[in-house]
Ligand binder design. Sequence first.
Ligand code: M6R
Length: 366
Amino acid sequence: EKNGYDHFMLKEIYEQPEAIKDTYRGRLRINDGIIKMAGVEDNLEKFLNAKRIIIVACGTSWHAGLVAEYIFEELVRVPVEVEYASEFRYRNPIVGPGDVVIAISQSGETADTLAAIKLSKEKGAFVFGVCNVVGSTISRETHAGAYTHAGPEIGVASTKAFTTQITVLTLIALKLAKSTGKITNSEFHNYLAEMEVIPNKVEETLKSDEHVAAIADIYKDAGNCLYLGRGYNFPVALEGALKLKEISYIHAEGYPAAEMKHGPIALIDEQMPVIVIATKKGHYEKVVSNVQEIKSRKGKIIAVVTKGDKDVSALADHVIEVPETDELLTPLLTTIPLQLLSYHIAVMRGCNVDQPRNLAKSVTVE
Ligand code: M6R
């Protein structure tokens, strides 16, 4: 059932073009110029009148929530807070009628996320679920929701769940932005058109696999690793670091690139691989200067850049290109090489990729 792949994780990484298509199938209707999502339409007033949106989740799903924060605030201009479900539930949170809580969970069984949902409901908030597993506890406990339709994710390291969560959340944001007139019809149409071709661009990005494996071979014995990104790609840096930690057991940290000079820069020497996401736009020039700072401290730079990039590529030790897309959709592409990098490093280190030590696929205890 691994379909010829060595591991479920690799199979699931490669399934992403199809999984994203499955996520938007029937929802993204370019010809009609609409996004169809019953769970959102049936509760449109609640979304449109929301004073703010609170996103609760854990792990990788929390990272998808962070990406969604950037997207919602940009497109819908509504304040968004992203909370670790475990922290939210235990600190007597200020939440109630008028708030929309979005709970994100691949399994739909995560204990802390479930508890955060119950608490939000008790306090009168409207709770919307983004789950992958159909009929899961969270999908039943929420008032409404949207499934990611990514298909079963077996590998403990979440991959296609992440990109499809981002896809669903982007569709919701676009739908709300359109309903409120926060974006023009032509902007809306451009986003839809770009979203529609994202699976092809993910497919193209997957072609970097061998190149990424060669980079993995160079850094597989690293003791530490730093991941940097800005804006939409800051959460991708966090996600890249989590992926490396959980399956290869290499210590890794993700940071917003500009935070580096407030501490982590002290870690940089010739032993330290730094993975920098430096796609075009997204404060590209600022990232270029961050890369220069790493270079002058002899850090090893692995840069994920937009195809045809020059400035960062001239400074980096290794360059991984992704196709050009709208800035807002770049996480769907930049995530791919980071998944592949941690996969190959873990395999080369002889780790159990699909079932890393100490971890379970769904964390049903708090
Ligand atoms: O099923 P969920 O999305 O609620 O799971 C949340 C986390 O436990 C999960 O994303 C975890 O961090 C993954 N192992 C990350 O790859």
